[in-house]
Design a protein around this ligand. Structure first.
Ligand SMILES: [Fe+2]
Length: 372
């Protein structure tokens, strides 16, 4: 194993577990729940045991919402000298829409900065979901960098006590090897957009794509985000009509590039310009987000922590986390966002790595939180 078993794609019934391997191997997940049940997950959707020479993935599920699952990964080399690697046990709780409280954390724009990742890992508490809000990478120059960037950043086990939802940022789709990203990033439906209920908080995860049009010469014809934005616009209408999202007390969107910014002057892409906010995404999604009642869009990308309050034209606030620098005095200082929801409020607190509160946003529930 070249990484811990990383718990990703949190769902009400389970998770995907993804881990790196140093040679051709097969893997399985062993699990135990507090009621004494235990089991093994080995087969994939086609009946095969997870196999690979760089990364293994097992989809584990079938548990009730809010179940605390202990799990570990067993890895066995295929061919050559026999080797078997058993990871330590780690604990993860399935999502529970019926809970009257929730806690999530948000990181963004870590850009492979080990000092920042170590500090974020140290200050971030156990939470229901850790949202890693894009720009994990700079660009994918080597296939070996996926494990060191996504699965074992700075050598840490970032999903320990915090199942991870990865939001794809514009730097995560750059470089010769970017097309392999989905081997290492698990999502509930295998798409880079999804929706989940973390207790009373309905969360929509969107992929804002690149920060220039698809036909920009620097992309060399490798990206197709314009149709993906349109597809997400259609999907937004459908998913937000489902009762668990349409009737959620709190409504939050996570996307890497903001949908609003402090300066919205037109960009000259031919002169080296790029999007500080994704006008293309906003044009595609704004009406659906307003119709749903989105309260806040949480983003990164600009490396400048910022809060833009709702206005008449933009009923959703825009919260933007900081940059990649571990030094709290830097203009691009890193932040983490602590989201705490209960019956009376959802509070989003943006802190730098020195612990100083930079922004605090309090949202009232749109409908009453059922007390359980
Ligand atoms: Fe970034």
């Amino acid at each position: 194993m070249t990484s811990p078993p990383v718990v990703m794609a949190p769902r009400a019934d389970g998770f995907d577990v993804v881990w790196g391997v140093g040679r051709l191997s097969r893997g399985r997940i062993e699990w135990r729940t507090p009621d004494g049940r235990e089991g093994v997950v080995a087969g994939d959707a086609f009946g095969m045991v997870a196999q690979g020479d760089r990364v293994l993935r097992v989809r584990a599920g079938g548990w009730a919402p809010g179940t605390e699952v202990r799990l570990r990964a067993i890895t066995e080399a295929i061919g050559g000298r026999p080797r078997r690697h058993v990871s330590g046990w780690k604990t993860a709780r399935t999502l529970d829409a019926a809970s009257d409280h929730a806690r999530f954390a948000v990181w963004n724009d870590t850009h492979q900065r080990d000092d920042t990742l170590r500090a974020l890992d140290a200050v971030t508490p156990p939470v229901d979901v850790l949202v890693w809000n894009g720009d994990l990478c700079n660009d994918w120059k080597s296939p070996a960098s996926f494990v060191s960037t996504v699965l074992a950043p700075a050598g840490r086990d970032v999903s320990d006590g915090r199942p991870v939802t990865i939001v794809v940022g514009n730097h995560d789709v750059r470089g010769r090897w970017a097309y392999r990203l989905d081997d290492y990033v698990a999502t509930p439906e295998g798409r880079p957009f999804t929706a989940m209920r973390i207790g009373p908080v309905a969360c929509i995860v969107l992929h804002t794509g690149e920060d220039k049009p698809d036909d920009h010469p620097t992309f060399h014809g490798r990206v197709a985000f314009e149709p993906l934005r349109d597809e997400q616009a259609e999907w937004l209408r459908t998913v937000t009509a489902r009762p668990e999202f349409a009737e959620a007390p709190y409504r939050v969107v996570f996307c890497h590039i903001p949908l609003r910014w402090i300066d919205e002057s037109p960009v000259d892409y031919d002169a080296g310009g790029y999007d500080w906010f994704s006008r293309m995404s906003r044009d595609a999604w704004h009406d659906a987000l307003v119709a749903w009642g989105a309260q806040v869009v949480v983003s990164g990308h600009t490396h400048q922590r910022t809060w833009l309050a709702p206005t008449d034209g933009f009923p959703y606030g825009q919260l933007v986390g900081g940059g990649p620098d571990a030094d709290a005095a830097s203009a691009e200082a890193a932040t983490w966002i602590d989201g705490v929801a209960g019956p009376d409020s959802l509070v989003l607190t943006v802190r730098d790595l020195a612990g100083t509160v930079q922004h605090e946003v309090t949202l009232a529930p749109l409908v009453q939180v059922p007390i359980v």
